[in-house]
Design a protein around this ligand. Structure first.
Ligand code: HH2
Length: 263
C-alpha cells in the first residue's frame, strides 16, 4: 500500500503533491513502482497537525481519486476519519476506508461503513492525534492493542460491516512510546495476525526508527529501518504494508519471499 498524501503538512511528504498534476504524476509513479493499493489522504494525522474540514479534504482527495480511476484499475483506499470524505471517495472510485480512529471519530461512522460496503481498516490509537504522544501508557501493549482491535471488529460487524471487509492495524506511532511500545508491538504482530483478519502495518519512515538508529534523524533517512519493519511484518504474516518507498520495499519483499520459497 503506497502512501499518497495530498496534504500541506504530512510528516514525511507534506506539501510535495498538493497540486493536482503533481499528485497524479506521483500516483502514476507509485503504480509503476509496484504498489497494489494507493492510500489517498487529505488530512495529516501527525502529532500536532491542524484539523481540516470535510469540504476541504474532499476537494483535495476526490480529484486525485477520479484522475487515477480514469486511467488505472488499481485499488484505492481513502485515509480519513470523516464519513462524508469516505463517502465522496468511494463514489469517486475508492474501495477501502482506512480510518485511524477505527470508526470512532463520528457517531455515524459505523453505519456509513456498513452502507458503503467497502473494505475498512480499523487502526489502534491511544488518545487523539493532537495529544497522543504526550504520555502513552500500557500495562501490556500487545494485549491491549489486540483487545481493542477485536472489540472494534465486533462493533463493525454488529453495525453491519461484513466480516470479510475488515482489516486491522496496530497503529505504529499512534499513542505509543517510540521504543517501549512500538518495538514490542512489532515483535508481537503474530498475536494481531492471529485475530483472524488481514493486518495492515504502517511503520514507514516513523520516528521510532530514528530512536533506534541515530542516523535516521529525518524521515527521508529512514529507508533501511522502514524496510526492516516491513520484513518483520511479512515474517509475522501481515497482509499489507503501508509505505512511502514502494520500489525499494517491493524489491525487499520479493527477495524475502523468494528466499522463503526456497526453504
Ligand atoms: N500512518 C499514518 C497515516 N495513516 N493509516 C494506517 N492504517 N496505518 C498507519 O500506520 C498510518 C495511517 C501516518 O503516516 P503519513 O500518512 O505518512 O503521515 P500523515 O499522517 O502526517 O499524513
Amino acid at each position: 500500500m503506497a502512501v499518497t498524501n495530498v496534504t500541506p503538512d504530512s510528516f514525511s511528504d507534506g506539501g510535495r503533491y498538493l497540486d493536482a498534476g503533481a499528485a497524479l504524476a506521483h500516483a502514476r509513479r507509485l503504480i509503476a513502482d509496484g504498489a497494489d493499493i494507493l492510500d489517498v489522504g487529505g488530512e495529516s494525522t501527525r502529532p500536532g497537525a491542524e484539523p481540516v474540514d470535510a469540504a476541504e479534504e474532499i476537494g483535495r482527495v476526490v480529484p486525485l481519486i477520479r484522475g487515477v480511476r480514469a486511467e488505472s484499475a488499481i485499488a484505492i483506499s481513502i485515509d480519513t476519519m470523516k464519513p462524508a470524505v469516505a463517502r465522496a471517495a468511494v463514489e469517486a472510485g475508492a474501495a477501502m476506508w482506512n480510518d485511524v480512529t477505527a470508526l470512532r471519530h463520528d457517531p455515524s461512522s459505523l453505519a456509513v461503513a456498513a452502507e458503503l460496503g467497502c473494505d475498512v481498516v480499523l487502526m489502534h490509537m491511544q488518545g487523539e492525534p493532537r495529544t497522543m504522544q504526550a504520555e502513552p501508557r500500557y500495562d501490556d501493549v500487545v494485549e491491549e492493542v489486540a483487545g481493542f482491535l477485536s472489540g472494534r471488529a465486533e462493533a463493525a460487524m454488529a453495525a453491519g460491516v461484513a466480516r470479510e471487509r475488515i482489516w486491522l492495524d496496530p497503529g505504529i506511532g499512534f499513542g505509543k512510546h517510540m521504543t517501549r511500545h512500538n518495538l514490542p508491538l512489532l515483535a508481537g504482530l503474530e498475536r494481531i495476525v492471529g485475530l483472524g483478519f488481514p493486518v495492515l502495518l504502517g511503520a514507514s519512515r516513523k520516528s521510532f526508527i530514528g530512536a533506534v538508529d541515530e542516523g535516521g534523524r529525518t524521515p527521508d533517512q529512514r529507508l533501511g529501518g522502514s524496510i526492516a519493519a516491513a520484513l518483520a511484518g511479512a515474517a509475522a504474516g501481515v497482509a499489507a504494508v503501508r509505505v512511502h518507498d514502494v520500489r525499494e520495499t517491493v524489491q525487499a519483499l520479493r527477495v524475502w519471499a523468494a528466499i522463503e520459497a526456497a526453504r
